[in-house]
Every structure is written in C-alpha cells, then in structure tokens.
Design a protein. Structure first.
Length: 269
C-alpha cells in the first residue's frame, strides 16, 4: 500500500516467514527459541544449501525469513529434521516435500562464505516488551525516538573491532506482540512501569557484522555468528537489517563472544 518513492529502497524478492515451535505450540511469554538453539538444525543446513536468510529475534520468539523462490530447497533441507506446516485460512496444514517438488532443483554447493568484520560498540542495550493496550501511553516518546532523535549513520572502518557507541532502536509488532530493543540511555525516556523485561533485567552488548551493506544474495552470515555461539552455549538475540546483521549477547559474555568470533575469522583465512 506504500506509494512509490525515490526515497525508498525495496529488495526485489518476496520473503516468507518461518518460525520454529516446540510440540506444535508457539512459545508463550518471553520463552524464545533462541537463534543459537536452532543454529545447527536450521541455520547451518540452510547455509550449506546456499539459502540466504534474514533473522529476526523478538521478545517472544525468533523468525527466519527466506525468499519465496527458495522454499522448495528449504522444505527439502528441513523436512528430515522437522514437521513442517503452512497456514491456510487460519489452520496449520502439514507440508510434504511432494507439495513443493515442482520445479525443485538440487542446489549447487555453496561457496565458502565471506568472513565479514565484526564490530563491537560499547553501547549497552535492553530487550523489552510492552502490553499493546499501553502503547498509546508511550506513543509520543516512541515517535520522537523513531523519527526525530537519531543521528546520521557513522561509517566504521572495515577493520574496526570496537566503536564508542552506535545508534540502534528496533521496534516490531507481530501478531499483537511488541518487541523493542533500545540502548540503556534511551530507556530512561520511557515510563519504567510500562516497559517489561526478563526477570533478570540483564543488559546486552552488540556485535555488528559487515563493514559494508551485505545484500541479500549472500548466505552463511547468520551461521557465521550463531554456530560458534551455540557451541559455547551463549544465547543471542539476532536482528538482520537491510544493511547489516546484529547479534545481542549478555553483557557479561561479550569478551568471550569477541574472542570466539575472532578465532573463527582467523581459522577461516
């Protein structure tokens, strides 16, 4: 419904949303599946079959976006590990490989993925949610933060491992559930009694992947981060954007995360 605009870039692919649920149920509350928990079973196999993905973690669960044209490859890749369903008229209907086999081509082996630089800003972040009926109470502040308080993008050198700070604010509204990622200073602008976080109230640090816009044809970027973190049992909140990928990890584990990712980069050279 958005009118054409010279100020808007639109990727030339249509994307479908995959979500991983347990026992046929979507997670409730703040019990997310976690990007690192699906690193080996979903993310790594798709990367091996040269499927590009966008990853979106939310307060409630995690979503994997795949291009519609890649769906046959996705189904064939994941069918051995998962029961796969599609939604039709509000009902979940089982999907089999036969349903999407028309035109299926076995993917070519993926080339070795590019090891992108990883930057770690000093900014501390919060992962929050808010009850939908209280959204009007924070609307004014939310609009100000989203549209009027940001600074121009800062360009970091490709070899830079640390940034003093980064401007990052993510808001998602999915099926009535709201997720917000903001830095600790921005959080102070909102009414504290309306923002909900986990019982630990932990702060997060970020690693940002890519020294330049990544594009949508490259695969293995999420796996580059998720696999080593999964092996080390480190949770991560992952957000792919138009230009970069971002992984949030618990603040106390940031030093170990940077070390793990640097080791992976060195071993891949």
């Amino acid at each position: 419904e958005l009118p054409p605009s010279e100020f808007m870039q639109v990727a030339d692919s249509t994307w479908l949303v995959l979500s991983v649920v347990s026992n046929g149920r979507a997670p409730s509350g703040s019990q997310a599946t976690g990007v690192t928990k699906i690193a080996r079973s979903v993310i790594a196999p798709l990367a091996e079959h040269h499927v590009s993905v966008l990853m979106l973690s939310t307060y409630q669960t995690d979503f994997i976006l795949v291009r519609e044209r890649d769906l046959p490859v996705v189904i064939h890749t994941l069918a051995g590990e998962f029961d796969i369903y599609k939604e039709e008229s509000g009902e979940c209907v089982p999907v089999t490989c036969d349903d999407v086999s028309n035109g299926f081509l076995k993917p070519k082996p993926a080339a070795s993925p590019t090891l992108h630089p990883v930057q770690s800003p000093q900014t501390r972040f919060c992962v929050l949610t808010v009850a939908p009926d209280t959204l009007p109470a924070i609307a004014t502040v939310l609009i100000d933060v989203l549209f009027y308080s940001h600074s121009p993008p800062r360009e970091a050198g490709a070899g830079s491992q640390d940034l003093d700070s980064i401007t990052f604010f993510a808001f998602s509204l999915i099926e009535g559930y709201i997720s917000i990622v903001m830095d600790a200073e921005t959080q102070k602008r909102f009414p504290s009694d309306l923002l909900l976080t986990s019982s630990t109230g932990e702060l997060w640090r970020m690693v940002r992947i890519g020294g330049q816009p990544l594009g949508f044809d490259e695969c293995g970027i999420v796996a580059q981060i998720a696999e080593p973190l999964a092996a080390a049992d480190i949770s991560a909140y992952y957000i792919s954007t138009f230009n970069f990928d971002h992984a949030l990890v618990p603040e106390e584990g940031i030093a170990e995360v940077i070390q793990l990712l640097q080791q992976r980069q060195e071993s891949g050279r």
